[in-house]
Design a protein around this ligand. Structure first.
Ligand code: PMP
Length: 419
């Protein structure tokens, strides 16, 4: 019988320290919103593979489509021999993305690659070098994505120099004490001090910051950014890797902002656990790179595309957009009902919900957050944190979660916080 402890010891010997591990357990199997480890312990999963499993672990429909695809073929390289699912999914995403007019889509494998390709495409279109991103934003671990990311520890330290030119503007959020006026002022300062807007290719922002703390872009800030981009010919990119694909009560979070991006990314829950990402954008921008300038060996794996097409069906058949709103409201009501001064700001759109833990003076309490995660783990609930100060708990439970299991998880949180 394998034990977690034995596997941890083996892991430690052969895996680098930089690859962290949140919980000292090894998965044996998982179903919808539950995971069992190699010792048979059961955990409720409020992390969903970091927001990848909006349709749950091993959804039967998705699993079946993957099996069918594996029996037909597993890889041809889409740039060598293409397949119908590539066109099918591109058509669906172009139709559903909140971008009007002719739209095109490109498939890659990871979220970081989707972001990288947005930058390549924006530069090819504008023939400009500069990129603006935001403090607290998170875009991936490749060199350019790391440069775009607005958080030094643990993502950037010792890994430089970073590709540039990249400049970080402030991200406005009430809970960060940054107003929209201050954020716009910081952008203006970049244009005064660092780079002329005529040399900026793109501005990239998450409609809701993921790793940064689930802070939301408001419609008014999105409108201001859209106007600045229009004025200076800058490509506006929405990074929906984490907030997209039904998490927020709409398929894409940007749908709720009232302005259209020029390019956008999606990944994570797009294929319910199979690695595929996409760039969707205005056709005239998407077509800027030369033939052969885009792609990748695994770009749009047929296995992942079969899964993604099934994910779209599951979202529709199981009304997961409505379900997302119900889950968010349920969690928020529960947390408010606890009536605890240790729970600070609660923010959510659909089921993309985070809450801050604060000390008696209302200051960020990272220790209490770590304690809640540890105690929850001991009671069989997996929780993740986020935010600049590490004091926010973010809920990424599958949207397919059973009501009883959702409640069981919430009761664990409630029990620990009230104790
Ligand atoms: N962008 C955002 C907003 C993300 O949350 C992430 C992943 N956390 C990425 C990009 C990178 O995705 P991946 O890890 O698949 O490269």
């Amino acid at each position: 019988q394998t034990t977690n402890e034995a596997l941890l010891a083996r892991r430690k010997a052969v895996l680098p320290t930089g690859l962290g591990i949140a919980f000292p357990i090894f998965a044996e199997r998982a179903k919808n919103s539950e995971i069992w480890d190699v010792e048979g312990n059961r955990y409720i999963d409020f992390i969903g593979g970091i927001s990848v499993l909006n349709t749950g672990h091993s959804h039967p429909k998705i699993t079946q489509r993957v099996h069918e695809q594996v029996d037909k073929f597993t890889h041809t390289a889409a740039q060598i021999v293409s397949y119908e699912s590539y066109v099918d999914l591109a058509e669906k995403l172009c139709e559903k993305a909140p971008i009007s007019g002719p739209t095109k889509a490109l498939f890659l494998t990871t979220g970081a690659e989707a972001v990288e390709n947005c930058i390549k495409i924006a530069r090819a279109k504008t023939r400009r070098p500069g990129i603006i991103s935001f403090v607290g934003g998170w875009h991936g671990r490749t060199m350019m994505c790391m440069s775009l990311t607005g958080k030094v520890l643990p993502y950037k330290k010792n890994f430089g120099p970073m590709p540039g030119p990249v400049f970080h503007a402030l991200f406005p959020a009430e809970e960060l004490n940054i107003t929209e006026a201050q954020a716009l002022h910081s952008l203006d300062m970049i244009f005064q001090a660092d780079i002329d807007p005529s040399e900026v290719a793109a501005m990239i922002i998450e409609p809701i910051q993921g790793e940064g703390g689930f802070h939301q872009v408001t419609p008014s800030f999105a409108k201001a950014l859209r106007e600045i981009c229009d004025e200076h010919g800058i490509v506006l990119i929405f990074d929906e890797v984490q907030c997209g694909f039904a998490r927020t009560g709409t398929l894409f979070a940007g749908e709720q902002l009232g302005v259209e991006p020029d390019l956008m990314t999606t990944a994570k829950s797009l294929a319910g656990g199979y690695p595929v990402s996409a760039v969707i954008g205005r056709a005239d921008i998407m077509d800027a790179p030369q033939v052969g300038g885009l792609g990748g060996t695994y770009s749009g794996s047929p296995i992942a595309l079969a899964a993604a097409l099934a994910v779209i069906e599951v979202i529709e058949e199981e009304n997961l957009l409505e379900r997302s709103v119900v889950i968010g409201d349920t969690i928020a009501e529960f947390l408010k009902g606890l009536n605890l001064s240790s729970i600070g700001h609660i923010r959510y759109k659909g089921a993309m919900l985070a809450f801050d833990l604060v000390d008696s003076e209302g200051k960020p309490d990272a220790a209490a957050t770590a304690n809640l995660k540890q105690k929850s783990f001991e009671q069989g609930l997996l929780l993740a944190s986020c935010g600049m100060y590490g004091n926010a708990i973010r809920v990424m439970v599958p949207l397919t979660v059973e009501d009883e299991i959702l409640q069981e998880g919430l009761d664990i949180i409630g029990g620990i916080l009230t104790a």
